[in-house]
Design a protein around this ligand. Structure first.
Ligand code: COA
Length: 261
């Protein structure tokens, strides 16, 4: 029986699971409970073969996620904070999840919210979304991958400016610097995100998983190592029935029926 969650909602649309961070009164700020539940839910979906892609969004029309729950920072020691970021890392759970994860960004995407979006594979934003790493305004720095993933995605200069100034940028600017893949009107956000998720969900899941792993190597390894491991993953996918089916279907001029084997 699936677990129920206090801070999250889970909805299934065919092969796509939609996780909603459900703390709209707190602009979906990530408290410890949300991080723990998020990591547990991601783990639950990992072995659920009916789920081929995951969408993460925020409840309400104001925020995707407005960052870490600042109220929890008060009185927290350095060691406690270190434990939160390492032992219960929702961001790393998403990063290493073997299925695609798409951030559906419907409003404020700040601090830990921006870092969560950065840990996802694809980011789709509504026109009213805004982005920033405002930690510097609290006298702290990003600690959920912001300094690393943002710099890798948009380049060191843009990341440095966002992190050092704490400036909030709009969706159009986020698109310009490559922080998001698409910006759409708010009423089209869900359909656009589902369209992309469904398109991926139709592919062979093993190939999708290995492709994600290979692309992630681009920011985790040097070029030689990445190219070497890409060849290994490429060879590995040749061991699947889906590869035989994909090639056969092409030659027979029909749609492939992938089985995830
Ligand atoms: N942590 C904890 N609570 C938060 C929060 C956060 N990151 N972001 C918003 N909230 C809470 C507010 O404290 C407020 O709670 P209250 O109603 O109990 O007072 C509620 O959410 C609504 O926030 P409010 O500021 O009134 O909404 P808004 O729509 O006017 O502004 C933001 C939204 C996101 C611009 C503003 O809340 C904000 O700047 N949040 C902090 C962003 C941040 O610095 N994130 C990085 C954290 S490291």
């Amino acid at each position: 029986m699936p677990q129920s969650y206090e801070t999250l909602l889970l909805e299934r649309r065919d092969k796509v699971a939609i996780i909603t961070i459900n703390r709209p009164d707190k602009r979906n700020a990530l408290n410890i409970k949300t991080r723990e539940e998020g990591a547990a839910l991601i783990e639950e979906l990992r072995t659920d073969d009916s789920v081929r892609a995951v969408i993460i969004t925020g409840a309400g029309d104001k925020a995707f996620i407005a960052g870490a729950d600042i109220a929890e920072f008060a009185g927290r020691t350095a060691m406690m904070q270190r434990e939160v970021m390492t032992q219960r890392s929702l961001f790393n759970a998403i990063d290493t999840f073997p299925k695609p994860v798409i951030a559906m960004i419907n409003g404020y995407c700040l601090g830990g919210g921006c870092e969560l979006a950065l840990a996802c594979d694809i980011r789709i934003a509504s026109e009213n979304a805004s982005f920033g790493q405002p930690e510097i305004n609290l006298g702290i720095i990003p600690g959920g991958g912001g300094t690393q993933r943002l710099a890798r995605l948009v380049g060191e200069g843009k990341a440095m400016e966002m992190i050092l100034t704490g400036e909030i940028i709009d969706a159009k600017s986020a698109l310009t610097i490559g922080l998001v893949n698409h910006v759409v009107p708010a009423d089209q956000l869900e359909s656009k995100t589902l369209e992309i998720a469904n398109r991926i969900a139709e592919k062979g899941p093993i190939a999708v998983s290995l492709a994600k792993e290979a692309v992630k190597l681009a920011s985790k390894s040097n070029l030689d190592e990445g190219l070497r491991r890409e060849v290994d993953l490429f060879a590995l996918v040749f061991s699947t029935e889906d590869k035989d089916e994909g090639v056969k279907a092409f030659l027979e001029k029909r749609k492939p029926a992938f089985k995830g084997r």
